[in-house]
Design a protein around this ligand. Structure first.
Ligand code: ADP
Length: 266
């Protein structure tokens, strides 16, 4: 068998019965409770769910920033259990945060070069400019973050995440601080990364952002509650509204809203 082909078939990320508990004795919180998920290479997954449902914990466990209390996380063939964060992060994963986290005193190019320097490499100008080119900001290489719009700063942050050519790119509310136009540009860039074979995993609260993904995974109380393939913003919003609505089965106390005939469940 062709070994390259078999490597390609290994999923980018696998979670196997992952549990992450916090606290001790009587006051244990299961932030993740027996979560199993597979992300194929070159796919874009959005993770959604109410506050406290386990989204950040899932992202951190997959990125090797936190360790599961039970189960396994595999990045390609690599079992993250027992692997040091530094070794894992060297080139295999990239991060884009809601707050762009650029260093204000450095130029866009210097910010992009930072992960390479931190990995002990001397950045080549061409690779830094290529990363900025990918986000349409080659012409702003010499600008500092304060001279760029929010959308442009986030594009620099995407370039910084890309410069190490990571297999998996994580977004933690990457468009949360952007207006809708700038947000769509950033989401389009993340989407385009999957065409190059990169795998994108993004936490979001925004149905429009989620609609850029191939699949949405809904968490509730640390468990996978639902999945939606080929999501549209409308379907995601409807799914979220269904979660927020009171269950018809529950003998709910009448509220001001349920007194209205328009919202009484039939
Ligand atoms: P989300 O990102 O969906 O808001 P989190 O993953 O941050 O959810 O949290 C899931 C659950 O785990 C919550 O009940 C939260 O209070 C708990 N939790 C998260 N981090 C810690 C921690 N460091 N110590 C104790 N509990 C935590």
């Amino acid at each position: 068998m062709n070994p390259a082909a078999s490597t390609d078939q290994v999923p980018a990320v696998r979670l196997r019965s992952v549990t992450r508990s916090y606290g001790r004795d009587g006051s244990t919180v299961k932030a993740l409770d027996d979560v199993s998920l597979t992300m194929r290479r070159g796919t874009f997954t959005a993770v959604m769910g109410p506050s406290g449902s386990g989204k950040s914990t899932l992202l951190h466990c997959v990125a090797g920033l936190d360790r599961p209390t039970g189960g396994r996380v595999l990045l390609g063939d690599t079992d993250l259990t027992g692997l040091s964060e530094a070794r894992l992060r060297r080139g295999r994963i990239g991060f884009v945060f809601q707050a762009f986290n650029l260093l204000p005193s450095l130029t866009a190019a210097q910010n992009v070069a930072l992960p390479l320097r931190l990995a002990g490499r001397r950045p080549r100008k061409a690779e830094v400019l290529h990363a900025l080119d990918q986000v349409g900001l080659r012409g702003r290489a010499g600008h500092r973050p304060g001279e760029l719009s929010g959308g442009q700063q986030q594009r620099v942050a995407v370039a910084r995440a890309l410069v190490t050519r990571p297999e998996v790119l994580f977004g933690d509310e990457p468009t949360g601080a952007l207006d809708s136009t700038a947000g769509r540009v950033v989401l389009g860039l993340l989407r385009a990364m999957t065409d190059e074979g990169r795998t994108v995993i993004m936490v979001t609260h925004d149905p429009v952002a989620a609609s850029f993904a191939d699949r949405v995974v809904f968490l509730a109380d640390g468990r996978i509650r639902d999945e939606l393939d080929a999501p549209t913003a409308e379907r995601v919003a409807a799914r979220m509204a269904a979660d927020a609505a009171p269950s018809p089965a529950s003998p709910a106390a009448p509220s001001a809203l349920s007194a209205s005939p328009a919202v009484v469940p039939c």
